[in-house]
Design a protein around this ligand. Structure first.
Ligand code: 26W
Length: 819
């Protein structure tokens, strides 16, 4: 059977050309003798999609036949970026396509630039989910991803007059060749209504009588592994009006209104929530979460029931991974389906539930922990509220037996938050109680979970708590985005095997001081800088010198990530240059400071930071006395494909969160892999990066995690920094204009208000910056540090992260589809 299905499509140049031209004619409906770059991209991607579908089918058939335990990876956010290059590289046919296109008169890279980003997520968590899908496929794990197909992804950031404006991202308007619409895979999802009782065989049952119904339709996105035929599925749900909705309104004659109301169902999956900061109990968001959970679980349970007739075996066949608390309604939903629909006893159902869920938390800040107002949940999902109350009641009884009547601890551990103006459901507590494993995303993150956020739970169930340090996929972050570095690494290692076995990068250490290798390394880095400089000029009109140090901070704008510390440092550098004797200016190491990132639309302070960056850039970049010694550019609309350009072209990157606030961070890993040096605090995964490549190869500064609380308590009794105060005064007094507007920004970093300890860390930040300057002057040393960064980055591949999850959290094994 397999021979028959194996690879109908051929990959020789002639077959590829024929395929592309056929798609031009029959899919894109253009003449095969005349089509533009975008049409060529469309045809090309459909041709690649055909090959993906072929492997996707084989893989799914094989999984079905082998029936291994499967992982279902539930995440409300995936930042996939572009798919073309990644797909052809993972399929091993990039060069075939490039040759075929050349003969047709097209350049592969030019066509790849036609693709827009799939930005169905906000930041770190969403890109991590995307990297993990790549590793799951590459390592042959029988996994499925589930998510939402938002019509509008992450907003477009447009800068007008230095201010951020948000515009909708119409990403589906030009079609999406990477998805397959499955009109026949659809499930009804219920909302509102009441809970009633029924009696069946003398047993009482609850029945949820819904008040509203919408349909969830599946869109499948094939995810190819590298160096394997395995191609797994990312199934995204879109909301459509239900066929079973209220017929009453049609009969009353108000046909038009009935249709218009039906159409409102689509709003559920319409737009991604752009705030990754604090959880506000918004009904639409809760609806999205349940819509996602209900559709995914119907799909998963249907698949299980096709092959099995006993739910007791479910934990041997199904692992459900909760990516943060966002999908954690799944816990209550599984209980509801088992008890109300499958008529399992509560205890049997509970037994199974406790064996299938694992939960990873991606934050430390308590305000980011999701809470749902009881009233809201009770109205939207009345039966789920009852179930959560029942779970909590049982848990509280058990807990009392173990810890006695320690009421303050009991109330901290309860799923229901009783204090405060409204009662809330604590989704994090629900997730911890019902999951067999709770994971942190770096070692230090787990430490903080154990001693702070989940201290009470850790004392109760120490064995539940684990950590898996995050990673990034080297396929996307070296092979796709830095092809020259990729070729250089393979040349010197004498193999491409590192693309699947990233530990081999260690072999580069041997050549770190080799003059020839260094020369080639520098050349590759220079070419990447030229590419980035061209982009900067095109975006901002600022011409930058390739010889300057490219110093980059790109990530979401947050107070804890301290872009403001960076800006204050830049102003200080500017101030120093201005106050220098002309003759001393020759000693200044020229810098191009690059900042990029989106601010949540309602996050005032973050938006002010963006404006300040533009105001400072305006002043510095137009100061003829400064010239190439210092430039500041803001890169607008930061997303995955922008990162693919910026990361390979940077010399230094900043990861400068207040210690104890970045759960892991993954940007640092991308830069590290590309041989960019890190200027960082000992926070999140950086702590582990220091262990891998050595502090002497990085620029580490600032308060350590354990020092932060004491420093904060000291408040204004901390040692003041005159340099810091001077810069803040400049901003406050209007040196960069917008005097009144920046006042609140200044308040947020002065005296007792300096919650994130910018002033405290400022002096050591300047020292770290000075060490970076010193190292940059010695290009031999710098290049060696750069090579050692890449060489030591192996641990930070999602291949390692996923292998660890598979082994100690999910209990799944590879299931490799034969060639
Ligand atoms: C409910 C509001 C909300 C939405 C999203 C709160 C929090 C989130 C995310 C969990 C935020 C996020 O992306 N966290 C980042 O996750 C990365 C992957 O684990 C980590 O590397 C980052 O440190 C963490 O900030």
């Amino acid at each position: 059977l397999f021979g028959l299905m194996d690879g109908f499509l051929k990959n020789d140049p002639l077959s590829l050309q024929t395929d592309i031209l056929d798609h031009v004619e029959y899919t894109v409906a253009r003449s095969r003798f005349s089509f533009d770059d975008f049409e060529a991209y469309q045809a090309l991607s459909h041709s690649v999609r055909d090959r993906l579908i072929e492997r996707w089918h084989e893989t799914q058939q094989y999984f079905k036949r082998k029936d291994p335990k499967r992982l279902y990876f539930l995440s409300l956010e995936f930042l996939m970026g572009r798919s073309l290059s990644n797909s052809v590289i993972n399929l091993g046919i990039r060069d075939h396509y490039a040759d075929a296109l050349k003969q047709l008169g097209f350049d592969f890279e030019v066509l790849a630039e036609q693709e827009g980003d799939a930005a169905l997520g906000n930041g770190g968590l969403a890109r991590l989910s995307a990297c993990q899908m790549d590793s799951l496929a590459t390592l042959d794990f029988p996994a499925w991803g589930y998510g939402l197909r938002y019509q509008y992804g992450s907003f477009r950031q447009v800068i007008l007059d230095g201010f951020q404006h948000e515009q909708p991202d119409y990403w589906l308007n030009f079609g999406n060749p990477w998805e397959i619409e499955r009109v026949h895979v659809s499930y009804p999802v219920k909302f509102y209504g009441t809970v009633e009782e029924d009696i069946l065989n003398g047993q009482k049952y609850k029945i949820w009588v819904p008040g509203e119904m919408v349909e969830a339709v599946a869109y499948d996105n094939p995810i190819p592994g590298y160096g394997t035929r395995n191609t797994i599925n990312l199934r995204l749900w879109a909301a459509k009006p239900s066929g079973q909705d209220d017929m009453e309104s049609y009969n009353t004659g108000d046909y038009i209104n009935a249709i218009v109301n039906r159409q409102k169902a689509e709003t559920i999956s319409c737009v991604l929530y752009p705030d990754d900061r604090s959880y506000q109990g918004k009904e639409l968001r809760l609806k999205q979460h349940y819509f996602f959970v209900s559709a995914s679980l119907q799909d998963i349970i249907r698949r299980f029931k096709e092959e099995h007739n006993n739910f007791e075996t479910l934990p041997d066949k199904v692992a459900l991974q909760l990516t943060d608390t966002h999908p954690s309604l799944a816990i209550a939903e599984v209980m509801r389906v088992f008890v109300d629909e499958e008529h399992l006893s509560w205890n049997r159902a509970w037994d199974i539930v406790c064996k299938i869920f694992s939960f990873t938390t991606h934050t430390i800040q308590p305000e980011a922990l999701e809470k749902i107002p009881v009233d809201l949940l009770g109205s939207l999902l009345p039966r789920h509220l009852q179930i959560i109350y029942d779970i909590n009641c049982n848990f509280m009884e058990e807990l009392k037996k173990k810890i006695g009547l320690d009421y303050s601890r009991l109330s901290r551990m309860s799923i229901i938050e009783e204090e405060g103006p409204v009662k809330n459901i604590r989704m994090a507590n629900l997730s911890v109680i019902c999951s067999h494993t709770v994971n942190g995303v770096s070692r230090i993150h787990l430490e903080l979970l154990k001693t702070k956020v989940f201290k009470d739970f850790y004392e109760l169930w120490p064995q539940k708590f684990q950590y898996k340090t995050n990673g990034v996929t080297q396929r996307r972050w070296i092979v796709v985005s830095n092809p020259n570095l990729c070729a250089l690494i393979s040349k010197w290692l004498g193999t491409e095997a590192w693309i699947r076995n990233v530990d081999l990068l260690m072999g580069l250490r041997e050549y770190a001081a080799d003059a020839d290798f260094q020369q080639e390394w520098k050349l590759v880095r220079r070419l990447n800088k030229i590419r980035l400089a061209e982009y900067i000029e095109a975006m901002s009109g600022v011409k930058v010198s390739i010889d300057a140090m490219f110093d980059v901070q790109i990530k979401r704008i947050h107070e804890y990530k301290r872009q403001l510390l960076n800006l204050i440092g830049i102003i200080h550098r500017y101030d120093c240059i201005k106050n220098m004797e002309k003759s001393d200016r020759r000693k200044v190491v020229p810098r191009v400071c690059i900042i990029g990132g989106k601010a949540a639309p309602g996050y005032e302070i973050a938006k002010k930071i963006i404006k300040l960056c533009h105001a400072v850039a305006e002043k510095i970049n137009n100061d003829p006395g400064v010239g190439d010694l210092l430039k500041l550019v803001f890169i607008p609309d930061y997303n995955v494909s922008v990162a693919e350009l910026v990361v390979p072209g940077s010399d230094l990157s900043q990861h400068i969160s207040t210690a104890g606030y970045e759960a892991s961070g993954t940007g640092n890993m991308k830069f590290l892999m590309n041989g960019c040096l890190l200027l960082a605090t000992a926070d999140g995964s950086t702590v582990e990066i220091i262990e891998e490549i050595g502090e002497e190869n990085m620029f580490i500064f600032g308060a350590k995690v354990h020092e932060v609380p004491t420093l904060r308590d000291k408040g204004s009794a901390r040692k003041p920094s005159l340099q810091f105060a001077r810069i803040v005064r400049m901003i406050r007094e209007g040196y960069f204009g917008f005097k009144d507007y920046f006042g609140s920004l200044c308040d947020a970093v002065e005296g007792n208000g300096d919650f994130y300890l910018l002033e405290h860390d400022f002096e050591s930040y300047l020292e770290a910056q000075a060490s970076a300057d010193k190292a940059f002057v010695d290009q031999k040393r710098w290049t060696q540090m750069s090579i050692l960064s890449t060489a030591g980055s192996g641990k930070f591949s999602t291949d390692r992260t996923i292998a660890e999850y598979a082994e100690s959290t999910w209990g799944i094994e590879p299931c490799k589809c034969p060639f």
